[in-house]
Ligand binder design. Structure first.
Ligand code: FE2
Ligand code: FE2
Length: 262
């Protein structure tokens, strides 16, 4: 079945809310990097080497590490596709800056796996096991249309995943002695917030351009949240899932979208 496509007939409706140029982006990333390195340098050695966490924590955390690492890895691929196929330059520019952010996040999450000494051969199996966000991201990786990718990836998934759930993840990790994960989650919040803002600007522009676009966006939301819902199945990660939906609906309902029925 051909995928439903929508376009922005008037691309002038989309304006990058962060108003970034290459110059500004590089300066912003340099500041973020400085801040991250300072926070990371304050982590005691034992904590950085995962000496203060229980073996049980690590066993349970593998799924979470895989959710973090592979979603960032996926983002470096699907955002690259969105940039390559972008229908207009302003959108391409936002996607290219995001691509650089996601690469940085990916490297932070790789370090978690490595410092926790989880053999690389186990990573993918953890990601592919039931109850992870794998199904959603594999779906995103099959898409080619920039608008569909950015609505699902930035507006729905990132709109849901941040900033509320990153705070939950950071606090949860820190309480169990996993300070590196906590520092990483807090470091990506500002980038993810920027990705959400331009996803939101895109959705707003699409609906203003043609109000009937809301029906397609509703369908994309329903598809995405269905794929995510398996993460909450069985009652685990209940708090995460509720925060996830609440963050998303806070931006979606004012746009005229309805909650998804599961
Ligand atoms: Fe990211
Ligand atoms: Fe992101």
């Amino acid at each position: 079945m051909a995928r439903k496509r929508i376009t922005l007939k008037d691309p002038g409706r989309f304006i990058d809310p962060a108003n970034l140029t290459w110059e500004r982006y590089v300066a912003l990333q340099a500041r973020e990097r400085e801040r991250y390195l300072t926070e990371r340098a304050a982590i005691p050695h034992d904590a950085l080497d995962y000496k203060n966490v229980s073996p049980r924590y690590l066993q349970n955390a593998i799924d979470q590490f895989a959710n973090n690492y592979y979603s960032e890895l996926s983002a470096t691929h699907y955002v690259a596709t969105a940039a390559a196929n972008a229908p207009f330059d302003e959108l391409k520019k936002s996607a290219l800056f995001q691509l650089a952010d996601e690469q940085r996040h990916l490297e932070m999450d790789r370090e978690v796996f490595e410092r926790a000494r989880i053999p690389e051969g186990d990573w993918l199996a953890a990601w592919e096991s039931p109850g992870t966000t794998c199904r959603f991201f594999r779906h995103l990786l099959e898409l080619e249309d920039s608008i569909e990718i950015l609505v699902k990836g930035n507006f729905v998934a990132e709109g849901a995943a941040g900033p509320g759930t990153f705070t939950v993840l950071a606090d949860g990790a820190e309480a169990r002695g996993d300070v590196l994960s906590a520092v990483n989650h807090r470091a990506r919040i500002r980038d993810e917030t920027r990705h959400i803002s331009y996803g939101r600007a895109l959705v707003k522009a699409l609906i203003e351009d043609d109000p009937s676009n809301v029906d397609t966006i509703q369908q994309w939301q329903d598809d995405s949240l269905q794929l995510f819902s398996e993460v909450a199945r069985g009652g685990a990660r209940r708090e995460w899932w509720e925060g996830f939906l609440a963050s998303y609906y806070k931006i979606a309902l004012p746009m005229g979208l309805r909650p998804t029925t599961f």
